[in-house]
Ligand binder design. Structure first.
Ligand code: MN
Length: 493
């Protein structure tokens, strides 16, 4: 079809495909084009555009040929006369299974606030049945969000909120940071139009200054790195995604001066050693903001993210965040679990087993079984999702916790300060005691008191290590006789 050349799909992929893979994609393209012939989107455009863009999103995320082909076919069973048998004859069982997985998901609707969700857990489990089904669903959703202006107004907001509250956190959970940002930004104007306009205005007022700071740092750093023997793979910069900027603005009194990573320079180098060497160069050129130096290489984030972060004073009153990482870390930050597939040929090598997702270590025995992506998925399903619950903040953010978690676990998962000062809790609008065990899809609100402090009895009903650690740290530091205990012989205490 004109303007929708299958070559555009191949161009998104980093390498040329073997013939059997490119042939599969071309056949899926042709099949979908024929099946959707004559159908139109609400925008008046041919329906095929939607499946084409879905497949293209999958190619951008470097998914395999089977998944891209299923992307082309994902609406064929639901929206055309084509039967399952016909599709299976042409493409085999595996692709039919993926398409059916996506179709089935379409029937589970998340109706905004919570009590209407029959089982959010079922929904998430369905998503987790196959990682590729999730990716197709996310790629499909991203294109629907980007064409949301054509959808009926009352549906716009529901779809946008569902995307922000369920799909984006899920992408984040799987470490696909880039997709999370894309989904949130596409949904933001429809979910929160007023706030979106506000962020746009704040950014517009600032963008000239920001760009100038950024440019001077970028140029100076590039020059200095050339003189060193650090092998730079890539240096570029990014402006913070609008939705996450808004979330930060809300926390920081809507003042953009209180946000230090509105712009960030990204430096990709060859080795971990070169990451630290590059950080040294950055700090020799600009003064860093002390509390903002973060070593996520030595201490990765829970979703596996690794990088060095530092925020520097640019000298003209501005602040710029610099992020330094290796190419492999960068791949994981952008593609998350997808990079597990991308790098699967290295799995088993020493290097990979050392740098795998941090949170994978939650899965027992994963080390032994992660040689095969299918085994990996099995573990993801059984160990990761089956003993987790998903609960919500009043603002609709999803917090995931181990089964059996209490309101105290929730409070600490939201923020350590909220945990420390918790004085009461409301679950689904009702006051409950702090030892209440939470269920999936509860909406939880924590009340705090300025002078509130952690209690030792909380340890009896906390599940998460984070909560236990905060409580113990506080108790150790504040127990009345902590000094006496340390220095006096037992009988005098
Ligand atoms: Mn679709």
């Amino acid at each position: 079809m004109e303007g929708f050349d299958v070559k555009d799909i191949f161009n998104e992929l980093p390498t040329a495909l073997p013939h059997k893979d490119s042939d599969l994609i071309v056949r899926a393209y042709d099949f979908a084009l024929k099946a959707h012939q004559g159908q139109l989107r609400r925008s008046g455009e041919p329906y095929f555009i939607h499946v084409f863009e879905t497949a293209k999103n999958l190619a951008r995320y470097e998914m395999d040929a089977t998944t891209i082909a299923a992307g082309f076919l994902h609406d064929v069973l639901e929206d055309t006369e084509t039967t399952e048998a016909e599709m299976e004859k042409e493409f085999g069982k595996e692709i039919v299974k993926l398409v059916k997985g996506v179709t089935k998901l379409g029937t589970v609707k998340y109706q905004g606030h919570i009590r209407h969700v029959e089982s959010l857990r079922k929904f998430l489990m369905a998503l987790a049945q196959d990682y590729r089904v999730l990716m197709i669903k996310l790629a499909d959703r991203l294109h629907n969000l980007r064409t949301l202006e054509h959808v009926r107004e009352d549906k716009q907001r529901r779809i946008a909120l569902e995307s922000i509250e369920v799909y984006a956190p899920l992408a984040d959970r799987f470490g696909i940071g880039k997709l999370k940002g894309e989904i949130e930004d596409a949904a933001f104007p429809f979910a929160y139009p007023k706030e979106y306009a506000e962020v746009e205005k704040i950014l517009a007022d600032r963008s000239e200054n920001l760009k100038e700071s950024l440019k001077s740092v970028y140029e100076e750093l590039s020059n200095e790195l050339k003189k060193s023997n650090i092998r730079v793979r890539e240096i570029d910069y990014r402006i913070k995604h609008k939705y996450s900027l808004w979330k930060k603005l809300r926390e920081r009194g809507m003042n953009i001066d209180n946000i230090y990573d509105v712009v960030a320079i990204r430096l990709i180098v060859e080795t971990v050693e070169e990451c630290y060497a590059a950080l040294g160069i950055v700090h020799s050129l600009w003064k860093p903001l002390p509390a903002r130096i973060k070593d996520y290489i030595a201490l990765p984030k829970l979703n596996g993210y690794q990088s060095l972060h530092t925020t520097i004073f640019t000298g003209d009153g501005g602040l710029v965040e610099v992020q330094i990482r290796t190419e492999e870390m960068h791949g994981r930050a952008e593609f998350g679990i997808a990079s597990h597939y991308l790098y699967k040929e290295h799995i088993g090598s020493k290097k990979n087993s050392k740098e795998k997702f941090q949170w994978m270590s939650e899965f027992k025995n994963l080390d032994k079984s992660n040689t095969d992506p299918d085994d990996f998925l099995k573990h993801l399903k059984s160990d990761f999702f089956s003993d987790r619950i998903f609960v919500f903040t009043p603002a609709g953010e999803v917090i995931d916790l181990p089964e059996g978690s209490s309101t105290i676990d929730f409070a600490y998962a939201v923020h350590s300060d909220i945990g420390d000062k918790a004085s009461g809790a409301r679950v689904n609008g009702k006051f409950v005691s702090l030892d209440t065990t939470l269920q999936s899809s509860d909406i939880v609100e924590i009340e705090t008191r300025k002078d509130g402090v952690p209690k030792s009895k909380w340890l009896d009903f906390t599940k998460t290590t984070a909560a236990k650690k905060h409580i113990r740290t506080y108790l150790n530091e504040h127990s009345e006789n902590s000094l006496l205990k340390r220095f006096l012989p037992k009988k005098f205490r």
